[in-house]
Design a protein around this ligand. Structure first.
Ligand SMILES: [Zn+2]
Ligand SMILES: [Zn+2]
Length: 317
């Protein structure tokens, strides 16, 4: 019963990362609204107001978007926040469209279950709204990319979340593992190794030779680094450079590498990294999920592959 209370029926999304903005322009019901704020009040088309709520609005500034449900403008000082309130399942459909785009139905359904699980696990991190519209939470761009298949994926998994021993799992996913998934401890210093994450080969991605997932980066370095790979894996988790030890997330940030599955060569002018995959490699691999769905796997089998020992449970209406 406790779980039920934690999955909201309608979702509040902080647009523009949930940050305070100074100016917005919106269209609703054939009318244009120019919005600013002063001293804790909104100024809408030149008129002072406490609050403004628009239905099925299009936002032209500060971000372009077509938003279902309500757009709520909340003033604070000389700025305001824009919150989009919409039914949970509609939010899920738009999130999976923004996160995965065109993909097979069963892969989208796996992402839909994770989108809801995220709401349960992290739905309170922003306080006054459930999630922001950025990668910090889950990417949400309103109706921009949503097609019938995204709505169907949400509908066919309605109210379902992924749990381990009765609790929602930690929601982590990435674009492509490059053939090797791993536990959080190989990515983040002090990363908790939760029992459902594992380290090893994602065969479908290993055999996948889609050029989009291979990359090359040059770094002008004077010394040639040494690396440590996860035993039995091509994924690098530590790099020794001069006197420094860099951890996986630091390696990617320092050199702008899409992933830590790479080979490298030292030349006189620097280091050439050639790698595969995109993202940290923990949890669901979106590329792998797509390849598995194409092979005929359903979303439950896909989720259980990336999240071992977990159960899909219905907790919401
Ligand atoms: Zn956020
Ligand atoms: Zn993969």
């Amino acid at each position: 019963m406790l779980l039920l209370a934690l999955l909201p029926d309608s979702v509040l999304v902080g647009i523009y990362g949930g940050a305070l903005v100074k100016r917005a322009v919106a269209l609703a019901g054939g009318k244009k609204y120019k919005i600013t704020a002063k001293g804790g009040r909104l100024i809408v088309n030149g008129v002072k107001r406490r609050k403004l709520t628009l239905k099925s609005a299009r936002l032209l500034e500060p971000v372009k978007g077509d938003y279902p449900g309500l757009l709520i403008f909340l003033p604070k000082g000389n700025a305001f926040r824009i919150i989009n309130k919409l039914p949970r399942e509609e939010y899920v459909a738009h999130v999976i469209a923004s996160e995965m785009g065109d993909a097979p139905l069963e892969a989208l359904k796996a992402q839909a279950v994770l989108a809801r699980t995220f709401l349960m696990r992290w739905g309170k991190r922003h306080g006054i709204f459930h999630a922001c519209d950025r990668d910090h939470c889950q990417r949400y761009e309103g109706r921009k990319r949503t097609k019938a298949i995204h709505r169907r994926a949400a509908r066919e998994t309605k109210g379902l979340v992924l749990t381990y021993q009765g609790k929602p799992v930690e929601v982590l996913y990435h674009a492509s593992c490059g053939g090797w998934v791993c536990e959080p401890r190989y990515v983040w210093k002090g990363g908790k190794s939760l029992p459902y994450f594992w380290t090893g080969e994602d065969e479908d991605c290993f055999e996948d030779d889609n050029a989009h997932y291979t990359w090359k980066v040059f770094a002008p370095l004077k010394t040639c680094p040494r690396v440590k790979r996860i035993p039995g894996s091509l994924r690098v988790y530590a790099m020794f450079l001069g006197g420094d030890t860099l951890y996986a997330y630091e390696i990617r940030r320092r050199f702008g590498l899409p992933s830590t599955v790479f080979a490298y060569w030292c030349t006189q002018t620097g280091v050439i990294f050639i790698g595969t995959g995109r993202g940290h490699g923990v949890g669901l691999c979106q590329r792998g999920a797509i390849l598995k769905a194409k092979k005929g796997w359903d979303y439950r089998k896909i989720l259980k592959f990336y999240y071992r020992g977990t159960t899909v449970r219905k907790v919401g209406r």
